[in-house]
Design a protein around this ligand. Sequence first.
Ligand SMILES: *Cc1c(COP(=O)(O)O)cnc(C)c1O
Length: 502
Amino acid sequence: MATHSLFSANSLHTKPSSGTHIKVQEKWLGFTALDRKPTHLKLSNGCRARAALNADPRSIEIPRQWYNLIADLPVKPPPPLHPKTFEPVKPEDLSPLFPDELIKQEASNERFIDIPDEVRDVYRLWRPSPLIRAKRLEKLLDTPARIYYKYEGVSPAGSHKPNTAVPQAWYNAQQGIKKVVTETGAGQWGSALAFACSLFGLECEVWQVRASYDQKPYRRLMMQTWGAKVHPSPSNLTEAGRKILQMDPSSPGSLGIAISEAVEIAAMNADTKYCLGSVLNHVLHHQTVIGEECLKQMEAIGETPDFIIGCTGGGSNFAGLSFPFIREKLKGKMNPVIRAVEPAACPSLTKGVYTYDYGDTAGMTPLMKMHTLGHDFIPDPIHAGGLRYHGMAPLISHVYELGYMEAIAIPQTECFKGAIQFARSEGLIPAPEPTHAIAATIREALNCRETGEAKVILTAMCGHGHFDLPAYDNYLQGKLVDLSFEEEKIRASLARVPKVGG
Ligand SMILES: *Cc1c(COP(=O)(O)O)cnc(C)c1O
């Protein structure tokens, strides 16, 4: 993107010749940052219409490479271990589950990984995603802070997850795989993968956490619309599922159980592989398209973030936004505070322990060194905010240990209060997950009101909440309450974490 041309777009104030301060309207910078002026079409009814600004592929700057933060870390993260031998996992251990290229990316120390042209071509459907200045929220909060959010809800599935679903499906299709299986909670990941599979002629089967399967039909219907088969988990189709159902026939399920079921099916079928929507290194790498675009978008408007705030479940949207900025921080180019926000009901970074644990409930996945609440921890069902995974991405856990980022936990009523303020000022209705990032952003903006400092806050609005409105209903009716932190439950699940090494 030629920087000068950004400022010729209609929606932006032109750069003053003194060159000191650049003002930007609250436009979708992704779509205004074009390399030529918008054209105007004359329609047959005599009206003039603005041509679709992102129609010309030359005008769109989508990254050509994913970024791998591991290359720039002074200490490499500890390796995953085989669940039986406790030896470091070898690539061939993973080949029943993943295609070769993704196994290579998982263990890669290369700084950049080329994005295949076919994947970039699909990204073009919604990328670059907009970076938006939240001017009306700033006004509502009466803060001198400048708040920006990178909005990933413009993807077909409505979240950041297609950024990794598309390459995962593509690499599997390239290797001649017929079917992929996965788990999903509320259905964000399952719908992203179902969408991606529909593009490349792959079959897709999804184990959806029972509670969501029953209570949240719309993302299940999206998956089915895109051609995926959806099973409630625990199911009778797997050993792992049958075991849980024997103990509790009305089990509401959990992400950890659903992962065990999908992994079991992939491990047993040669033409079937498994896909994971977060946590793993290759997923985090794929999501860096968010941060790479954002770096350029901020540079183009002459802004540098003082705070980068994102919500963390498994950590992929947070890593996607923040890792390219951590690279710049390590180079000494900027020094933002980088803050992960997790739910008080599932606080893996702030209350978990940093140790080797399984990725799933049945203990079938490799052991990963991560901040974990214990692999059989299940957050209370009254927690509405998503982000329910028991562990944090090993790479984020490692970066946290190195001290390059910080973490806080926020209770859900504060999150939804912030989401309502956001919806009523900015218009967009956030998914329950990014309400955590919004609440933390509001805290920081109010802090700026106290101190009078005009800090620049950048946050990830990683999905819209159009299919999560029952949670808003509960909040609006005053039925949403904060959980007291379940210390006892966490202590019990931590006691079942495997003992590895000394
Ligand atoms: C899945 C999801 C999350 C949590 O996953 P991360 O890997 O932590 O990003 C957060 N927000 C949305 C909208 C999601 O769909």
